[in-house]
Design a protein around this ligand. Structure first.
Ligand SMILES: [Zn+2]
Ligand SMILES: [Zn+2]
Ligand SMILES: [Zn+2]
Length: 182
């Protein structure tokens, strides 16, 4: 399931209509579409985030979606797009940032402070991957970017954690090389 944002909705549109319209264009069942709360902007236009199967999302993002009387703008909200503007790491927004690193004045292209990515002609350099000791010759968040995911076993624990499954030892039946033969 992926998130798709519809914007420019008429204020009379219901969530059921949104689901039906998305299902029709996306070629999926209306039950497969999960519609969030429709929010009205101060211009009277509604915006809603829906969850649809990825196959439906691919169809939906081709052009606009007719919902009720209006054609809504369709934007795919990739998870990758959620990126903190402070530490530049993915998966959270600035308000939720707990990182000790503040890269908010750093260029998203070369990772150096003092200029914006659009003014940058330097070679791409990803500070996130550089800090993680990975290849860093790319922009932050580009498709080559693979910063470390949140590790569950990231504790500097000694070897042999009690939770680890012990390796199977001496199953017995596997040793058929020394079967008594001749
Ligand atoms: Zn952050
Ligand atoms: Zn730069
Ligand atoms: Zn990277």
């Amino acid at each position: 399931m992926v998130d798709v944002r519809l914007s420019g909705l008429d204020d009379s549109v219901t969530r059921e209509e949104v689901a039906a319209a998305a299902a029709t264009k996306g070629g999926c069942a209306a039950e497969a579409v999960r519609v969030g709360e429709i929010r009205q902007s101060n211009t009277g236009m509604g915006t809603v985030v829906i969850k649809v199967p990825i196959t439906a999302a691919k169809l939906l993002v081709r052009g606009r979606l007719l919902v009720g009387w209006v054609s809504a703008r369709v934007d795919l909200l990739e998870r990758r797009a959620l990126r903190c503007y402070r530490c530049l790491e993915p998966g959270h927004c600035r308000a939720q940032c707990k990182s000790g690193v503040d890269r908010s004045d750093h260029c998203h292209r070369c990772g150096k402070p003092g200029h914006l990515a659009r003014d940058c002609s330097a070679a791409p350099h990803c500070p996130i991957c550089a800090d993680a000791g990975k290849p860093a010759g790319h922009k932050v968040g580009s498709k080559n970017c693979s910063p470390p995911k949140k590790k569950k076993k990231g504790k500097p624990a000694a070897a042999g954690t009690p939770a680890a499954v012990p390796p199977p030892q001496g199953r017995g039946s596997g040793e058929d090389m020394d079967v008594t033969g001749a």
